[in-house]
Write a protein that binds this ligand. Structure first.
Ligand code: ZN
Length: 209
């Protein structure tokens, strides 16, 4: 089953939210509803899908502030890494995720990769040849590691893990900070200095430049 992906630029901070849909079974997950709950809900109904899950790559406000409003519209449960579960106030059920966990959106299989560094409970969602990388990996960049809860050493390890995905894996980042809205792991390993860095020394050298 090929995932159907809708990338939505929302809010004033260049955020991307996503629909990850199984069109055949008319179900979709919303990833990172930071803003514009009604717009996200309309986008799902526009492709004839019911929102069955709300997935958070992490719990910074620009990725989750529309959770309550979206939950009121959809009654879908929220899923977030166990480390950041306590940061989420929802109008309905909220479930904790852990590394390696697998779940279904219709017939789509999704795997949770714990990719901390930008925040302690950062995750990436992997399905087929597609990876939603949140604020861990951007096109030509990576997330900030100078925030409360950030850990630059963990970020380096998380990026090495993403770098090990197949080169053709398409990445969908949490912000529109790059020259293109998406890229591939292969292309990023060539031109993203943070993903190219194979040692912590290289990684930290890049970060201070
Ligand atoms: Zn963030």
């Amino acid at each position: 089953m090929t995932p159907h992906i809708v990338q939505l630029a929302i809010g004033p901070m260049q955020n991307f939210a996503y629909l990850l849909a199984d069109l055949q079974h008319h179900v979709a997950a919303v990833i990172d509803p930071g803003w514009e709950a009604e717009q996200l809900h309309r986008a799902a109904t526009g492709i004839a899908c019911t929102v069955t899950q709300i997935l958070l790559t992490h719990t910074h406000f620009d990725h989750m502030d529309a959770v309550t409003a979206l939950q009121e519209l959809t009654h879908a449960p929220v899923f977030v890494h166990e480390t950041e579960r306590f940061r989420v106030n929802t109008a309905g059920p909220c479930h904790a995720l852990h590394d390696g966990q697998q779940f279904q959106i219709g017939t789509l299989s999704v795997e949770v990769l714990h990719t901390p560094g930008h925040s302690p409970g950062g995750v990436s969602f992997l399905t087929a040849n597609t990876c939603f990388t949140g604020d861990t990996l951007f096109v030509d960049g990576c997330g900030r590691v100078d925030l409360p809860g950030s850990d630059p050493h963990a970020m380096f390890r998380s990026l090495r893990r993403l770098a090990a995905l197949p080169a053709g894996t398409i990445i969908y980042p949490g912000h529109d900070y790059g020259p293109t809205p998406t890229s591939t792991i292969g292309a990023q390993k060539e031109r993203n200095p943070y993903l190219r860095a194979e040692t912590e020394a290289e990684f930290f050298h890049n970060r201070v430049e």
